[in-house]
Design a protein around this ligand. Sequence first.
Ligand code: NAD
Length: 344
Amino acid sequence: MRILVTGGAGFIGSQFVRATLAGTLLSPPDVRVTVLDKLTYAGNLANLSPVSGDPRLTFVRGDITDACLVDSLMTGHDAVVHFAAESHVDRSLVGARDFVVSNVLGTQTLLDAARRHRIGRFVHVSTDEVYGSIERGAWREDTPLAPNSPYAASKAGSDLLALAQHRSHGMDVVVTRCSNNYGRYHFPEKMIPLFVTRLLRGRTVPLYGDGGNVRDWLHVSDHCVGVDLVLHHGRAGEVYHIGGGVELANKELTGLLLDACGAGWQNVVHVPDRKGHDRRYALDITKIQEELGYRPAVSFTDGLADTVRWYRDHPGWWEPLLERAEPGDEPRREDFLPSGPPAP
Ligand code: NAD
C-alpha cells in the first residue's frame, strides 16, 4: 500500500506518518509513505526525524497548489491523506489570503489530480470549527456548516469541495472533522504549546476575554487512530467526527497548565477577546464509535502530563521556533505568536 500524506511535516500529519511507519495503525508493514509538504513556518522536518532513515518514507518539499507537481506525485499511490493546511485562526484574522489559497485551492488541486489518477481513497482531514459555535448539545455530521473565522470558512469550503467530488464524480472521498488536538511536536502558537513553552521560561501567557470559551480536547495520537480507521474502513462520501469528550473552558485549562509548569495566576495576562471568538465546540462521535469501533485511548490527565514533560525535555525542538519579542503595554494575543523558523 502506498499513501500520499500532505502536510506530513506538521503537528498531526507527522504523528500520522510516525505511527503508520511504527506499525501502530492499520496499514501493513510494507506500507510506503510519501510526504508532500511545503515546509511553511509550521512545517518542520525535525517532526519526522524519528523516521527519517526509514526506507519506506519519501519526503517531497512542495506546494499542494502546484498542479504539475501534485499530478506527477499521484502516480502509484493507493490513497491520499490530506492534512496540509494553514491551520491557525489568529493568523487567519491577520491575513486570510494564504488560507484561501492553501486550504481551498490546494484541496481542489489534490482532488483533481486524485480523480485523474483514479486514487482508491481520499481522506480529507477537517475540523469542528466549520460548524461555528454551539451553546449546548453537540453537532452531528449532518449539522449545517456555519463557520465564523476565515480559517474555519476556508476549511468548510474545502470540505464541501471534497464531498462534491464524491457526489459529482463518484470519487472515493471521506471527510473527518476533529476537535482540538494536543500533544508532542505542536508548533508553539496554539494554546497548549504556547502556554507551556512560555511558562517553562517563566513568562506570562495571554488568556482571551473572560476565559470562558469551551473546547473539546483530544490527544493527537487518538486523532490519528480515527483518521486511520476512516482511511481503511470508512464509507465513501461520508463525514466522520473524531473527538475526545474532554470539554474544558480556557480558564480551566490555564489552571491545569499553570499547575503542570509550576506557575501561578500572576503569570496570566488577560487580553482582549479574539474577534468573533466561538464560545463552545462539541462533537457527537456516535457515528465513528458505532460504525468503526473508535475509542480515544489517552486520558487527558496522562496526555497532558506527557506533553508538558516532552516540552520540558526537548527545548532543542521548540527554542529555535521562538523568535517573537515580548508583548508591549497593551498585549494582544497575536503579540505572543512566534514568527516561526527561517525558511530552510
Ligand atoms: P500544522 O499547521 O501543524 O501543519 C500543517 C502542515 O501543512 C505544515 O507542515 C505545513 O508546512 C503544511 N502546509 C501548509 N500549507 C501547505 C501547502 N500549500 N502545500 C503543502 N504543505 C502545506 O497543522 P496541524 O495542526 O497538524 O493540522 C493538520 C490538519 O488537521 C489541518 O488540515 C487542520 O485543519 C486539521 N485539524 C487540526 C486540528 C488541531 O487541533 N490542530 C484540529 C482539527 C483539525
